[in-house]
Every structure is written in C-alpha cells, then in structure tokens.
Ligand binder design. Structure first.
Ligand SMILES: Nc1ncnc2c1ncn2[C@@H]1O[C@H](COP(=O)(O)OP(=O)(O)OP(=O)(O)O)[C@@H](O)[C@H]1O
Length: 484
C-alpha cells in the first residue's frame, strides 16, 4: 500500500503542475481553444455533442470582451423599510414586471445549459469560466452554496440595519452585482417555495440592464421544468420566462455519461463478501483495516499529523462535532453520526469545505423507513462531490445493493432475510422518467421510487452515478482545485 501511496503522490504532483500550466494558458483562450487544448493533452475526449455547444460559449466569450457592466449603486436602506407592505423600491420593480420589462434588456445574454447527468455540463461551464475576459469580475458557485450564502447574508443585513422586516433583496442584488458581473451556477434547481420566491425577485434585479449581471447556469432540468409541481409555482413562472429571455437555453444531448465510462476502480467502498456476517470478527477486522488504510491515505501531505477526537466546527453559530479528524485532510464518521441526526445542508457544506477526505463507517442497508437518513446522505455526497472531496466507506453491501425493501432487512440493519424476492419488478419502471428521459437503469428508477418528489428521485439516481465516479483513480488523483 505504501508504494501505492507514493505512486499516487508523485503522479498527483505531476498532474497538479500540468494543470497549473494548462490553467494559465487557458486564461487567454476562448472556450473552443480551451477545449482543443484539453483534447490535445488527452484530458478530454473529443465529443461532437459538446463541440456543437462550444460555439455558443465562444460567442458569449466574444460578446463579453466588449461588455461594459453598469455601475451599480447601493440602494438607500430607508426605501427598503416596509411602509406599505412592499418596499417602494420593489413596487417600482413589480410595475416594470407587469408592463413587460419595458425598461429594456441586457444586451448580452447568458447561457442556461441543461442535459442529463455526467454528460459534461459542469466541465463546459468551468471551461467557459476560466476564459471569462479579465476585466469582468466573476463568481462560480454550486447553486446550493449560493442559496446558503444568500440566506446567511440576508440575516446579517437585517441585523446590521437593526430592522428584521427590511426588504434585503435589493441590497443583496447590489452586493452580488458589484462583486460579480458573470455569475456561474452549477446545478440550478429550485425545490422549495421560499427559495422560489426569493430567486424570482433577485434574478429580476440581477438580470436587469441596471444591474447587468450575466448568468451562466447548468441544470438537469429545462427551464420549463424548474420547480415543477412546486407550491405556488404560478408565482415562479415569471422567473422562468426571465431566464428564457436573458439566457440562451441549450440542451446538451450527449448520449455519453462520462462517469460510467470504464476506468480503474479503487476499492474505496468496502463491504463483506457474500455469506460473511457484518459483525463477525473477521469482517470487523477487515473494516478496521480498510478505515486505517484510507485514513492514512487521506492524511498525507501538508497538514498531516495525529488524528484528533471530537474536534468542532461552527455552522451558523452552532457547534458541529467531528468524532475523529485531522484538519483539513480527513474526517471520520459512522453513518449514524453523519446522517442519523437532524442535520442541514449547511452542516454538510461546512464539512465539505473543511475536509478533503471522508471516511464513512458502518453504512447499514437502507430502505424507505430511513428515508430522512438517505436524504441527508445524498446532501452530504452532493456537497463533497462539488468540493471535489473524496470518500471511503464501509457498508453492509455495495451501493448498488444497499437500498432494499424494509421487510427484507433484519433487526440489526446489516443483514437481509433473503435475496430480494421481486427481481423482475423493475420492468414496471420501463416508463419512468428517470429511465426514459435521463437514461438511468430500471433498477435505479425502482430504488429511487422510495421518494415521492421528482427532484429527490433524480438526486438519488445522480448520487449513485457520482459514487461510481468518486470511486475511480481519476477522481482520487485529481488536484482539488481542478473545478474551481
Ligand atoms: N469530453 C469529455 N472527455 C472526458 N471526460 C469528460 C468529458 N466531458 C466530461 N467529462 C468528465 O465526466 C465527468 C462528468 O462531467 P460533468 O460533471 O461535467 O457532468 P454534468 O453534466 O455536469 O453532470 P451532473 O448533471 O451530474 O452534474 C467529469 O469528471 C468530467 O471531467
């Protein structure tokens, strides 16, 4: 194993230097040239579907070359205090919305890129982001993270101005526009009504000519499918129309899920061999060895040292306990410690930014009965994936077999009574959206059916696809800043 580690470290170093050089050269290029460079380096395959989209990216790059963003003033706080229910500032804005946005449109339209999982949307957005002309301030964020920051800042602003009813959205919009003319969101999605209403107002301001922000978003959904079946969706429709008006909507219809393309898989996910009981001495010893091996692997390089017990992180003023860790390299949790309690997306985002490697121990069989834990695990995985973090796990079974019917799980949650009885039942999932629209296996669609909500079903299927990618040598070896 030691040799293995040394080989990884050297290769990682070389690749890191190569990436730095590539990064520097891409700053001057347009997205087509940047793509060509990566193909020539052997880092990307030449994908004809992605190529078709590159010309739109390069057109936007060219328009941005001449773009002079407006000077954005900070709104007068007095105007944002509610006198008539809605702030005067926002009333003006609503009138503009009603009158069909007569105040004009932004001369440069952004891009809304949507398509199936793993087909390269994020990669294309990152290429574009690297090539944004230098005179324009830019920001690239995961959408979850953006919404978290928004809620946090909104709370701070109310405290700062000592007015809890202050209409903070114009202030938020001015801060965003002053700091970033080009705003890139990875995985744009809207799942709850509060976010939907906030976004509608915020984007109306940001994408107006007065604020001049250019939006680049990736999503798994077409704009018309955003927040589908959501509460008070009708109020969100103007936001969809606005996105369609202020961005070029592009569908990336590449049939390749690059995460599924065979690559050597490392054994980051451990589970017992068939017939071996999870709590047997042999298996527990093997689990300990696995945890030790991967802890040592992650705990290398700058910052490495002895592990600390019960370190704490602060999330929104609360303390989050990390049972075993070495900052910023590795953190260790049991599944129960990580997902068994009521944790928020903010907790998982904080963890993902504080540590690079995670060891999640003792993942039991999971069923509809512990849907909340599965939800939290998905949120955690999304956060780690987006931060380009790594995970190693010990579990009752391989991820593809871990999600089962509740009646098949024994009381200890680590053994099954029998093999799944309804082997053929996934046939009924032939017409499922996950299969027809997104190309997932019927078995994945069947397992995702533990969720009622479409967005959650999709997030589950995507998490399985991401776990596959996070178990590859490519993922483990890639420098962490590759996606930033
Ligand atoms: N042309 C390509 N050649 C090789 N690898 C690629 C290519 N396009 C994308 N990839 C790789 O495939 C993986 C998935 O791509 P990416 O994350 O961009 O997909 P995505 O469409 O954003 O997926 P999701 O919707 O799940 O977020 C990444 O590791 C990416 O670097």
């Amino acid at each position: 194993m030691n040799l293995h580690i040394i080989r990884f470290t050297r290769r990682t170093c070389l690749r890191f230097q190569l990436c730095r050089r590539l990064h520097a050269s891409l700053l001057e290029a347009n997205p087509i040239q940047a793509y060509d460079a990566r193909v020539a380096q052997g880092r990307l395959e030449n994908d004809p579907y992605q190529r078709k989209i590159l010309s739109s990216l390069s057109q936007l790059h060219m328009s941005l070359g001449h773009y002079v963003p407006p000077t954005v003033a900070t709104p007068d706080v007095e105007l944002l205090k509610p006198k008539t229910g809605l702030s005067g500032y926002f009333l003006k804005l609503l009138n503009r919305e009603k009158s069909g946005n007569s105040a004009g449109e932004n001369s440069v339209k952004g891009i809304y890129l949507y398509g199936d999982v793993g087909c390269g949307k994020t990669m294309l957005m990152d290429l574009f982001y690297l090539t944004v002309p230098k005179h324009l301030p830019k920001k690239r964020m995961h959408f979850h993270q953006f919404m978290q920051n928004l809620h946090k800042r909104s709370h701070q602003l109310k405290l700062e101005h000592n007015h809890m009813d202050l209409d903070v959205i114009p202030l938020l919009a001015s801060e965003i526009a002053q700091n970033s003319t080009v705003l890139c969101f990875d995985e744009f999605q809207v799942t709850d009504v509060a976010d939907a209403m906030l976004l509608r107002r915020l984007l109306t301001l940001l994408l107006s000519p007065e604020y001049g922000v250019i939006l680049f978003a990736t999503s798994n959904r077409a704009p018309d499918d955003l927040y589908l079946n959501g509460i008070q969706r009708v109020l969100f429709i103007p936001c969809i129309q606005l996105i369609k008006k202020q961005t070029k909507v592009i569908y990336l219809n590449s049939p390749t899920d690059y995460r599924k393309v065979a690559r050597p898989v490392l054994s980051v996910y451990y589970c017992p061999k068939p017939g071996v009981k999870y709590h047997s001495k042999t298996n527990l010893a093997a689990c300990r060895k696995h945890v030790e091996t991967w802890t040592n692997y992650f705990n290398q390089g700058e910052g490495s040292g002895p592990l600390v017990e019960n370190d704490t992180l602060t999330v929104w003023g609360r303390q989050l306990n990390v049972p075993v860790s070495r900052r910023p390299l590795v953190a260790q949790f049991t599944f129960e410690e990580l997902c068994g309690q009521n944790r928020s997306a903010g907790d998982y985002l904080t963890l993902a930014s504080a540590y690079h490697g995670f060891i999640i121990r003792d993942i039991p069989y999971l069923s509809i009965n512990v849907r909340d834990k599965v939800r939290r695990f998905i949120t955690f995985l999304d956060a780690v994936y987006d931060a380009h973090g790594c995970i190693a796990t010990t579990a009752a079974a391989q991820f593809k077999d871990l999600f089962v019917e509740p009646e098949d799980v024994k009381a200890d949650n680590y053994q099954l009574f029998k093999k799944q009885s309804d082997m053929g039942a996934e046939e009924t999932f032939e017409d499922d959206d996950l299969v027809v629209k997104h190309g997932f296996d019927k078995l994945v669609a069947k397992k995702a059916s533990m969720f009622v909500n479409d967005e959650e079903k999709f997030a589950f299927a995507r998490a399985l696809s991401r776990l596959t990618q996070m178990g590859t040598t490519d993922w483990l070896e890639a420098p962490r800043d590759l996606r930033q």
